[in-house]
Design a protein around this ligand. Structure first.
Ligand code: SAM
Length: 195
């Protein structure tokens, strides 16, 4: 059962999407009838399985570099009978290339790389598609960035803050930030020409 996957992930400290963020994502897919989904960061396929279970017409491509996560993701997907609709690419996201166009790109991997992932995959987003970025408040740490003692963590949080700032200024996109949903969600779409 999907609740067993969640329970095991929480027990083993596998980072998975929070309930609020997941509900937001599933609602977005349902309302817009999205069918082709790309996910960056599979972990044990908890979010991928949840997305695929919405409708039999949904296909999810998802990328995971960690060996242990990848193996467990395959087991979980097989147990849910979803091997024909979820494909896990076992590789670094940075090396993944495709011509395929997606309705939705869900970004949930290395937080410091979100700007790079955006540029890498924006060409694979259908015209009316959406990108969703998770962990935009990073456990609330964005509100106390200067007080964080660990330099690595402080730098990571500052990168998230910079990404948020850049997205608010970027005239190519319309964005909405939902800091009160899950761990903070950024929803992005291409700005339509006003002419
Ligand atoms: C937050 S977890 C994904 C959780 C999953 N989306 C869910 O909600 O069930 C992030 C995953 O991204 C993977 N990851 C991080 N950087 C990556 C990269 N550069 N290439 C591939 N996978 C990466 C990590 O190994 C980790 O399993």
């Amino acid at each position: 059962m999907i609740s067993d996957i969640k329970e095991a992930a929480l027990r083993d400290d596998v980072p998975i999407i929070q309930d609020g963020g997941l509900l937001f994502l599933l609602d977005l897919i349902r309302k817009n009838g999205y069918r082709e989904i790309l996910e960056l960061g599979t972990a044990v396929a908890y979010s991928a399985i949840n997305m695929a279970l919405i409708d039999e017409g949904i296909r999810v491509d998802t990328i995971e570099k960690n060996d242990r996560m990848y193996e467990q993701a395959l087991i979980n997907i097989r147990e849910q009978g979803l091997s024909d609709r979820i494909t896990v690419y076992h590789m670094p996201i940075e090396e993944f290339k495709t011509d395929k166009m997606y309705d939705l790109i869900f970004v949930d991997a290395a937080k410091a790389q979100y700007g790079k992932y955006l540029e890498q995959f924006i060409g694979n987003l259908k015209e009316d598609g959406k990108m969703v970025f998770d962990n935009m408040i990073f456990h609330g740490l964005i509100y106390e960035a200067d007080q964080i003692e660990s330099r690595n963590l402080r730098n990571l949080v500052k990168k998230i803050l910079l990404f948020r700032e850049n997205m608010q200024k970027d005239e190519r996109f319309d964005i909405m930030l939902f800091d009160n949903i899950g761990d903070g969600i950024l929803l992005l779409s291409r700005r339509k020409d006003e002419t």
